[in-house]
Design a protein around this ligand. Structure first.
Ligand SMILES: *Cc1c(COP(=O)(O)O)cnc(C)c1O
Length: 365
């Protein structure tokens, strides 16, 4: 048996007719750019979250960058974010003109530790970017409190956490604004690059719209960038959106099965979901003894796995200039050596889940 890490073709087959038709319609009308498909999807996604504005853009990295420009980040301004994420979160801080300040993660959830944020705040701090990593909501209330107290903005990075919740509130609706990615492998994925930002703040939404579309069509009020969701991707996302709740539930069920099947292995720590927080399992990440050997063993048994991510951000060459040492982020540093993402996608069947679990068992016996 071979188990892919994700099976996007399997998902396509479940909605093939609708996808094919939607694509044909876009082609028939040549509505490739700025079409009704785009505005339709923006409205649908905003409605699903229960938020006022959704501004689509080319990917989930641009949306972070555009938002930071909207919050008027100035050279030397400091932005606090997690030491454990995909590099989009931190590289956009630098690109927007700010300085990256990393913060370690909680002991067992892989998300930023709110208790360590306040010590990082200086007179230069302007914002915080919590990342709902792997699909689990960050502990938001303490972060929102700190932000209020120090007058900082909060941009939620929701790229991995569509429909995850914190105390019944959807991620993306708690901060000043939020960023989503529709990269193909994300919980809601296009068939190419795509992303959006959401906010209840009308003036921020309007500025982002202007900035992402060359500073305005016809009249260029400012210099902007070109970051668009194209018509084909929008039409595809509109077909997929009504399935998202069902797919999310399927991910949760698979995670529950893994939890049960792996619970008796002492050398494996299964994902911990904190109280008041939900997890939508973009990734199912275990911590494993002899992680590299296990990864190789699974690979030889036909099970694809990933490291998300092989290093915590401060330890990549890109951040060597910050001169961080492993002791600065002990939890993220420990995790980079132990984490392993095993296959999870809504179309996974019981036999596949069982097979992956069996192979992990046999490795340790
Ligand atoms: C995927 C991802 C992004 C960026 O999304 P792209 O659409 O690939 O640009 C940003 N942050 C996190 C945490 C991600 O996982």
């Amino acid at each position: 048996m071979t188990i892919p890490f994700v099976d996007m073709y399997a998902q396509y087959l479940t909605i093939k007719n609708d996808i094919d038709e939607a694509m044909q319609e876009v082609i028939r009308n040549s509505s490739f750019i700025r079409s009704s498909h785009v505005t339709k999807f923006e409205k649908e996604f905003a409605d699903l979250l229960g938020i006022k504005h959704c501004v689509s853009c080319a990917n989930g990295t641009d949306s972070l960058y555009i938002l930071m420009k909207a919050f008027k980040i100035q050279p030397g301004d400091e932005v606090i974010t997690t030491a454990h994420s995909w590099i989009s979160t931190s590289e956009t801080i630098t690109q927007a003109g700010g300085k990256v300040i990393f913060c370690d993660t909680e002991e067992d959830t892989y998300t930023i530790d709110p208790k360590q944020i306040e010590a990082k705040i200086t007179s230069k701090t302007v914002g915080i970017i919590p990342v709902h990593l792997y699909g689990q909501s960050v502990d938001m209330d303490p972060i929102l409190e700190i932000a209020k107290k120090h007058k900082l903005w909060v941009i939620e990075d929701c790229a991995q956490a569509h429909l995850a919740e914190y105390k019944g509130r959807k991620v993306g609706t708690m901060g000043d604004a939020a960023s989503f990615s529709f990269y193909p492998g994300k919980n809601l994925g296009a068939m190419g690059d795509a992303g959006c930002l959401v906010t209840n703040n009308t003036s921020i939404a309007e500025w982002c719209e202007l900035f992402a579309r060359h500073g305005g069509k016809g009249e260029h009020h400012i210099e902007g960038i070109n970051s668009r969701l194209d018509g084909l991707q929008a039409a595809i996302l509109s077909v997929k959106l009504p399935h998202l709740k069902k797919w999310t539930l399927a991910r949760k069920k698979i995670a529950e099965k893994y939890d049960g099947l792996l619970s008796d292995i002492d050398n494996v720590v299964t994902p911990v979901v904190a109280s008041n927080r939900s997890h939508v399992y973009h990734l199912y990440v275990i911590r494993a003894k002899e992680r590299d050997k296990l990864k190789q063993y699974l690979n030889e048994a036909g099970v694809s796995t990933m490291l998300n991510y092989p290093k915590a951000l401060p330890f990549y060459p890109a951040y060597k200039y910050l001169n961080h040492r492993s002791e600065d982020f002990p939890i993220a540093y420990r995790n980079q050596h132990e984490i392993l993402s095993i296959p999870i996608y809504p179309e996974m069947i019981d036999e596949q889940i069982q097979y992956v679990a069996n192979k992990i068992h046999s490795f340790y016996h």
